[in-house]
Design a protein around this ligand. Structure first.
Ligand code: PMP
Length: 438
């Protein structure tokens, strides 16, 4: 245990503690973080820390410094400041016509989703919300209330929430069958306990990321969109984790050929600074005004950082880079899967990738302990990884969008050693003390 980490443990709540990463970070550059022992750690969990442009990107540093001196970093009276207006105009230019109304700014993915949930119910007069089992929409009471991740069992749920199973193509063995079962379940719900005319919104994650980097089967979200349109249900795409270029398209929903009514951005939007945004039709978004004024939303420094992020994604062609380097990384992971049967399945899009670890490929039993050990061993060998999944057995790969081909290959090389050590039992299993998955 290094000095700063020990002091963190003595002074800061364990609640927000990242497990299997027992070190404090003192800086970073590009795809690397610097530990307080001077070690360079290749960051393949950048979506976690929102480092979409990598660490210390000059465009963000300059934008933040400029906003600090121009605006004194003040908490202005809400969003009537130049960086916010420019950012709102930029976001509106990025979304499809049906969502191009107004923008609301928050601080995190959680408060953004929570606001959407309140807004759609208030604006439509409908009291029900649909979301997916396994979905993670946030960690505040309101956003947990519309989430279906097992880590949030016991959380308060909104009375009108109905969770629908999410099609897991790998677990069920067939994406087509998984899709049909879920669509049939929704139709059944509509015909029985969930009258569709009472449903205000359907929340989707275009890739269910914390649930296990689950890519929807072909045509699945198109079918959901059709159902929503038929019944006047608002389709909400939570792009917080996989949006803004990460999947190799600007918006992750674009892969499904759908046009959501409401789009939620967070994490990478601020490049590490706390800002989230909701974009949607004017009639819905203006309904929120009465009850959604927060003290420092619309902070000009955060908005300036977000604007720099969006501009840099364009000027450095990071959407294309995510697609291109994503292919390199995915190929590398698939090669590893050929050599190590602990990898049951590799999936994802662009630089939002996952590898499901299994005890054996026949039973597909989750290797949850193996995943935790892999995360810890990766930390020891200089690679920042995390695991996701409703069974805590999917290694997540979400490096910065700026990742180079050499960095992608280096990450795969480290991972190969990590897996070999996990399989050979060379990782200190004491780190698993008390581990029961999420
Ligand atoms: N939505 C999605 C899809 C997420 O992955 C997350 C965080 N993992 C959130 C919302 C919550 O965002 P935040 O942690 O910024 O509150």
């Amino acid at each position: 245990m290094f000095g700063l980490y020990a002091r963190e443990a003595r002074s800061i709540s364990r609640m927000a503690h990242l497990r299997f990463f027992p070190q404090a970070v003192v800086g970073g550059s590009g795809a690397y973080l610097t530990g307080d022992d001077g070690r360079q750690l290749l960051d393949f969990a950048a979506s976690w820390g929102a480092a979409s442009l990598g660490h210390s990107h000059p465009a963000i540093r300059e934008a933040v410094n400029r906003a600090l001196s121009d605006q004194a970093g003040a908490s202005y009276l809400s969003t009537a400041n130049e960086p916010c207006v420019l950012l709102a105009e930029k976001l509106l230019s990025l979304v499809p016509e049906r969502a191009r109304g107004r923008v609301w700014f928050g601080h995190s993915g959680s408060d953004a989703n929570e606001t959407v949930a309140r807004m759609v119910v208030a604006a439509t007069g409908r009291s029900r919300i649909l979301a997916f089992e396994g979905a993670y929409h946030g960690g505040t009471v309101g956003s947990m209330a519309i989430s279906g991740h097992p880590a949030q069992q016991g959380a308060v749920k909104v009375p009108g929430l109905t969770l629908v199973p999410y099609p897991d193509s790998y677990a069920s063995g067939s994406s087509e069958a998984a899709k049909e079962i879920v669509l049939a379940r929704i139709e059944e719900l509509f015909a029985t306990e969930v009258p569709p005319e009472e449903v205000a919104a359907f929340f989707i994650e275009p890739i269910q990321s914390d649930g296990g980097m689950l890519v929807p089967p072909d045509g699945f979200f198109k079918a959901i969109e059709t159902l929503c349109r038929r019944h006047g249900i608002l389709l909400v795409s939570d792009e917080v984790k996989v949006g803004l270029g990460r999947t190799g398209m600007m918006h992750a929903y674009e892969h499904s050929g759908i046009e959501p009514d409401i789009i939620v951005f967070g994490k990478g939007l601020g490049g590490g600074l706390p800002i989230s945004a909701v974009v949607g039709p004017e009639a819905i978004m203006n309904h929120a005004v009465a009850f959604s004024l927060q003290t420092v939303h619309g902070n000009p420094v955060c908005a300036a950082a977000a604007l720099a992020v969006l501009e840099t994604i364009e000027s450095e062609n990071l959407v294309e880079n995510a697609a291109r380097i994503g292919t390199v990384l995915r190929d590398g992971l698939e090669q590893l899967a050929r050599r190590h049967s602990i990898i049951g399945n590799v999936r994802g899009r662009g630089l939002a990738l996952g590898a499901e670890l299994v005890v054996d490929r026949e039973s597909r039993m989750p290797a949850s302990r193996g995943s935790a050990l892999a995360v810890y061993r990766a930390f020891e060998l200089g690679l920042v990884l995390y695991y996701v999944g409703v069974r805590s057995n999917v290694l997540e790969f979400t490096p910065p969008l700026t990742l180079s081909e050499a960095e992608a290959r280096k990450g795969v090389d480290i991972l190969e050693k990590v897996l070999a050590d996990v399989i050979a039992g060379r990782v200190n299993a004491d780190v698993l003390a008390g581990f029961q998955g999420w």
